[in-house]
Design a protein around this ligand. Structure first.
Ligand code: ADP
Ligand code: MG
Length: 372
């Protein structure tokens, strides 16, 4: 049974704390360079865009025109991969007709653009690396619970076992079509979704674009998932707040990470959930049983150089639960993490132990430093 206390309905997203502190109450349009400030002699350009169901705040020290280009890149990407847009690569693939039989199974197929193929390929590698804790074919299950539409319901065991028969990322086939496009083939009743990695891919794409354009200082905040470019112009590290997953939190902040040149990506049950008969159901699903995870973990933050990897792992390690998540980290060398369990214990991996500080509200929380 998921503890209600862990849910925080509307948390303030705070980042670069000395710069911004704003409530995510919704924002409808992009405003390039809607705010200009100055720090360390450089000019700060900021903009806000609503895309991928998320308020996105971009802050760079440099040319405001880059923010216009960034907006275009986000829109183009969303148009390619949005699962709810029937014209996107993913929308078309999910709705495609059967074209062939592979291993005795009817397959449908669609041509996908290079960017979708790249995300798909990388996502499939992460599904494999996490042993299927991440599974991009979980979408029909997520949909049946109502997390895509807001028409929430608890499916029957029968419904879930039928749906789970079609969940298996290993059945996704990516094939070259001889030209520059890729054909993606999936079983007739399968539907895929890249939502678990979309924001991480986006923040990494923007980081690469800004960096290649000469930006050495900036902050990308996609609904609480943050990627830092360099440090602040005065060379101080960025201070990035990690949200509290607890509904009774007064400040909304679990702690603050001092960081530079990394992505800091959090998955939390509080982000999307519903309550029925006193029980909470959230949007991260265990592909083993098709149900919202209920393993004691209430928040996973992944810190690393690669935004895509961080996003994939924030979802996957949430699914794995604490013990498996810790041993996964111990066998890896490309990320650090903060895990929070429903009893309020905070686990911090050794690589960020010195740069992560619990907020004054959680100062007395038990903090366990994980070592390899
Ligand atoms: P968010 O996008 O809300 O910040 P995540 O990155 O953790 O959070 O992604 C959660 C989304 O991924 C869910 O809304 C759902 O669409 C999808 N999802 C849920 N469980 C899984 C899973 N086990 N594997 C892949 N995708 C999942
Ligand atoms: Mg994720």
């Amino acid at each position: 049974m998921i503890n209600r206390n862990v849910l925080k309905k509307c948390a303030a997203v705070l980042l670069g704390i000395n710069m911004f502190s704003l409530m995510l109450t919704g924002c409808s349009s992009f405003n390039p360079a809607d705010q200009v400030e100055s720090l360390g002699g450089k000019v700060i350009q900021t903009s806000t865009i609503f895309a991928m169901d998320t308020v996105m705040e971009l802050q760079i020290y440099g040319d405001a025109a880059l923010l216009n280009e960034a907006q275009q890149k986000i829109t183009d990407l969303e148009n390619r991969i949005s699962v709810t847009n029937s014209e996107s690569d993913i929308g078309k693939l999910n709705a495609a007709c059967v074209t062939e039989v592979i291993d005795g199974k009817n397959y449908k197929s669609a041509e996908i653009s290079a960017v979708t193929a790249q995300i798909m390929e990388r996502a499939l590698k992460m599904c494999e690396r996490t042993d299927g804790a991440l599974d991009i074919s979980i979408y029909p299950v997520v949909k049946t619970w109502g997390f895509t539409t807001g028409e929430y319901k608890v499916p029957t065991d029968q419904e879930l076992s039928e749906l789970l028969k079609e969940v298996d990322y290993t059945k996704v086939v990516l094939a070259e079509d001889g030209g520059k496009n890729t054909i993606c083939k999936i079983p007739e009743n399968m539907q895929v979704d890249l939502g678990s990695v979309a924001k991480g891919y986006t923040s990494q794409m923007l980081t690469d674009y800004f960096t290649e354009s000469g930006i050495t200082s900036g902050l990308i905040n996609l609904g609480g998932n943050v990627q830092c470019i360099g440090s602040k112009p005065n060379n101080d590290k960025w201070k990035v707040a990690i949200k509290s997953p607890f509904s009774d939190s007064k400040s909304g902040i679990l702690g603050v990470l001092e960081a530079s040149d990394v992505a800091i990506i959090t998955s939390g049950g509080y982000e999307r959930f519903f309550e029925e008969d006193g029980k909470i159901y959230w949007h991260i699903i265990d592909p083993d049983d098709g149900r919202p995870t209920d393993n004691g973990i209430v928040s996973v933050t992944i810190v690393g150089k690669d935004g895509f990897l961080c996003d994939a792992l924030s979802t996957a390690l949430f699914v794995k639960g604490l013990d498996e998540a810790i041993s996964f980290w111990q066998q890896s060398d490309d990320f650090d993490a903060v895990f929070v369990t429903e009893d309020g214990t905070v686990y911090v991996t050794q690589g960020i132990a010195d740069s992560f500080t619990l907020s004054s509200e959680y100062y007395n929380a038990e903090k366990i430093i994980l070592t390899k």
